[in-house]
Design a protein around this ligand. Sequence first.
Ligand code: BTN
Length: 271
Amino acid sequence: MNELNESAVKNSLRTRWVGRSYRYIQSVGSTNDFLKHEMAAANPPAGTVVLTDFQSKGRGRLDRRWEAPPGTSLLFSVLFRPTWPAERLPWLTMIAGTAVAESIEAETGLTISLKWPNDVIIKYQGKWHKFCGILLEGQITSNSQLAYAIIGTGINVNIPQQQLSEASFPATSLTTVLNHSVSRLKLLTTLLQRLEVLYDLADQGTSPRKTWEKRLTTIGQKVEIFTSNNEKVVSGLAEGIGQWGELLVRDDSGKQHKILAGDVTLRQSPI
Ligand code: BTN
């Protein structure tokens, strides 16, 4: 029996609504796609979680792949139905990154940081490494409201270092850093609880921006911003964050650029 199956999660969950509708699938294409396409007809409630042990078509940002060996990771998607103006969509990125960081710190004692816009990173052997990615997908209605939003999270929990795929940014897993394995069930239930607390606060109108911003390693760094075709858009100094989570970059001519997360990625130098 899998440690993340329906009854195991139900018995450990301490939330009111996040994860109360929970679906475990041993293997699936992508949990984001499953929630969006396969479950849509059933009109699942807010807080629905779809979790799998293996994805054959796991997706990352900018059409990249997200790969993880079976049974080693947390791979799941959470459905939200925010009645917020569409411009608040980035709040969900902030809530998700913060919830991941806070729950891992609580469960492991590690110090977790964020790389703009939504990579979760850790210093390991003196160098920043990515061990978790977040894929936020949403639909906006014709009157600029959010119809729904899906937060897809992939955390390298117990992947041995030699099984991690090569990436442009160094990758690692929690087990590598800690030198012992981590309970995926405990981490998941703590994470879903943090997600609920942070979402409820945002729903009452409290911006998650300040809490999120404190964890960003990006501010004060020299950065290069690339589109998905690997075209450089701008390079300069990351000075700060705008109201909606945009990265504010000052180029060498002194001009400030507001970078939106949607279609760009970032390289920090030095990493
Ligand atoms: C990134 O860093 O580019 C984002 C990675 C997001 C991966 C997760 S795993 C669960 C969910 N389902 C997917 O297909 N992707 C997200």
